[in-house]
Design a protein around this ligand. Structure first.
Ligand code: GDP
Length: 190
């Protein structure tokens, strides 16, 4: 088994999920919200996850092992304009099967760009997760790009408008803010 966090595999079909029984945490969020950067900064070592400025990654669940305790699972971004209704529906079905059937899955993290409060695709995703009866948490990303007052306003908005999530983390992968707290939370989950 790897001793450093590392990419393990991309899963295109739920029958190919890992069989070693390790707990899993899945991250969802719009494309470019900073999920890959987040995985890299949680891993400390740079570039285990490919970061990219352009949307449109494949429809796979990407498994990263964080030894010794868990898998972090990256997913394709939801809700960008040029994705067809059929593709959005396919994404939702894949995620719903994974979230409802996967016993190894501990919790779902929704990553939201702290600069963009109340985007329709994020609101729909927050309402959708809240309806699934799973554990979930919120990550506000890229907080180095806005003022503390704006971060607080976004946190307050989430607290006021949505319920059922376990924790909220405001982070910057670029500068490292909030990363240690999130890493500690994830490692303690099982
Ligand atoms: P993904 O599509 O959700 O995996 O997003 P990426 O991790 O590829 O990030 C998209 C873009 O946002 C890249 O250009 C990153 O460098 C940038 N980015 C990600 N996290 C941060 C952050 O914390 N601060 C800043 N300033 N930029 C970030």
């Amino acid at each position: 088994m790897a001793i450093q966090p590392a990419f393990v595999k991309s899963v295109f079909d739920l029958k190919d999920l890992p069989s070693d029984g390790l707990p899993e945490v899945v991250l969802i969020g719009r494309s470019n919200v900073g999920k890959s950067s987040l995985i890299n900064s949680l891993a400390v070592k740079k570039e285990i996850a490919k970061t990219s400025a352009k949307p449109g990654k494949t429809q796979s669940l990407n498994f990263y092992i964080f030894p010794p305790s868990y898998y972090l699972v990256d997913t394709p971004g939801y809700g960008f304009a040029h994705r067809s209704k059929a593709d959005q529906e396919k994404w939702r079905r894949l995620m719903e099967s994974y979230i409802s059937e996967r016993t190894e899955l501990q919790t779902v993290g929704i990553v939201i760009d702290s600069r963009h409060q109340g985007l329709e695709s994020d609101v729909l995703a927050l309402e959708w997760i809240a309806s699934l009866e799973c554990r979930w948490f919120v990550v506000l990303s890229k907080i180095d790009k806005i003022k503390q007052s704006e971060i607080s306003a976004h946190e307050k908005y989430i607290k006021t408008e949505f319920s059922g999530y376990e924790r909220m983390f405001s982070v910057s992968s670029e500068r490292g803010m909030g990363i240690a707290a999130l890493r500690q939370y994830l490692a303690a989950l099982q």
